[in-house]
Design a protein around this ligand. Structure first.
Ligand SMILES: [Zn+2]
Length: 152
């Protein structure tokens, strides 16, 4: 796993020789988007967990996660790329199914999302935020958000 940022576009690469480091990924998101409002950051962290897990379970090659830190604290672009040919398909899970809810969650939390082809594979992207272009985030982050504190 390698990570860059914070910057305009920060990238976190997950190699396939390990379980996906989801808690490290969520902590990296919090650092890469220092100005994003708290509720939007929480949404980005949930969506990245779903998309990175999907890419890991159904995709191929390393999973590359990118976030763009805009100067608008109420909006962020998340992109998750893998080299697999398959496309994510939103399921209609039964009430007892543990699977198939991920993309419904993404659709709920993102203002807009989609899949674009890449060579190789595809990139799943999601815009998250209220899209107001506000100078101040709609929900100010008072404490650093670390969903997964380091174990003591
Ligand atoms: Zn907002």
């Amino acid at each position: 796993m390698t990570a860059s940022g914070p910057g305009e576009r920060s990238v976190f690469t997950i190699d396939r020789d390990t379980l996906p480091p989801l808690s490290a990924l969520r902590r990296w998101i919090a650092r890469a988007l220092p100005d994003l409002g708290a509720s939007h950051l929480w949404a980005v962290q949930l969506v990245v967990t779903e998309l990175a897990t999907n890419a890991f379970e159904h995709g191929a090659g390393p999973v590359e996660v990118a976030v763009s830190a805009t100067r608008q604290p109420c909006s962020a672009l998340l992109e998750v790329h893998d080299a697999g040919e398959g496309r994510p398909v939103a399921g209609t899970p039964s009430s007892t199914s543990r699977r198939g809810r991920g993309l419904a969650l993404v659709a709920d939390l993102a203002r807009t999302w989609g899949v674009r082809p890449a060579e190789p594979g595809k990139t799943v992207w999601a815009w998250i935020g209220c899209g107001t272009g506000a100078v101040e985030p709609c929900v100010v982050r008072e404490e650093p958000i670390l969903m997964d504190p380091e174990p003591c």
